[in-house]
Write a protein that binds this ligand. Structure first.
Ligand SMILES: [Zn+2]
Length: 269
């Protein structure tokens, strides 16, 4: 009897001592199970309603591709930990739409779920960084596997669909690019040769003194090759026709890199 009491005591103490690790273990196991869970469990009706109401890219898809898109959204959500910052929770709408922006970007890339990035931090508005001493709309931190987003700026990206600014796509594009560098052997999201071609083009454009007048990309694109890629992705989806008309070679590389052509989607091909 005494042994049982001591044993129970040890178990209880151990549980309280390690409960954080145990909790994290469950969460980790849960995320590892994302591929199976997303295959087995039905897509929640609420997710479909949110996509249908708020996500134009999804609205343009065929019935078959809508189903494929939903599955990818579910798997993305199961595979990530959404962490609210300065708010109580990350709402279902926020989870679904953030996942949807990642799926929009990677829809033509089978098996790409930006899995190197496990945590998504969501702030209600632009947030102050004590490191840069500036307000930020979003960032991607490969060291910690974190994507950070301001919800207000994320929503603005989809409220104004043709201004070539879309925070969600911009940050997901950073994540995809990092993922392609980090996981190049295991799961290359795209061919490294194509990315080299893309970067060569970027360097050529950005070193051209007449860049500002020659292209419709905002000058911020030439900060470095990472920003160029993200700004190009924003234009790829938001001003597809103009992009193709202005820089058809670069547009064609992006079509191959991302395995999709938004122009074909818009005309219903
Ligand atoms: Zn950026």
């Amino acid at each position: 009897m005494i042994a049982l009491i001591i044993f129970s005591g040890v178990v209880i103490v151990a549980f309280f001592y390690y409960r954080e690790e145990i909790g994290q273990g469950y969460t980790y196991a849960g995320r590892q199970a994302a591929p199976v869970k997303s295959l087995v469990l039905p897509v929640p009706q609420r997710y479909k309603e949110i996509l249908l109401k708020y996500f134009p890219y999804y609205q343009m898809l065929s019935a078959e591709n809508k189903g494929k898109f939903e599955k990818k959204v579910v798997r993305f959500i199961y595979g990530k930990q959404f962490i609210p910052r300065q708010v109580d929770e990350v709402t279902v709408e926020a989870k679904v739409l953030i996942a949807a922006s990642a799926v929009q970007l990677t829809f033509g890339l089978p098996n790409v779920y930006l899995s190197f990035f496990r945590r998504i931090l969501v702030y209600p508005n632009d947030y102050y960084s004590s490191i840069t001493k500036r307000y930020h709309k979003g960032e991607v931190n490969p060291r910690f596997g974190v994507i950070v987003l301001s919800w207000q700026s994320f929503v603005d990206g989809y409220i104004y669909p043709n201004d070539s600014k879309n925070l969600g796509l911009h940050e997901m594009a950073h994540a995809l690019r990092f993922e392609s560098l980090i996981r190049s052997e295991e799961y290359p999201p795209f061919e490294s040769e194509l990315l080299e071609q893309f970067d060569d083009y970027a360097h050529r454009v950005c070193n051209d003194p007449e860049f500002a007048t020659q292209t419709f990309f905002r000058p911020y694109a030439c900060t470095d090759e990472h920003e160029f890629f993200s700004v190009a992705v924003e234009n790829f989806f938001e001003r597809s026709e103009l992009f193709k008309a202005e820089m058809s070679e670069l547009y064609a590389i992006l079509v191959r890199l991302l395995g999709q052509d938004p122009i074909l989607l818009k005309v219903g091909a």
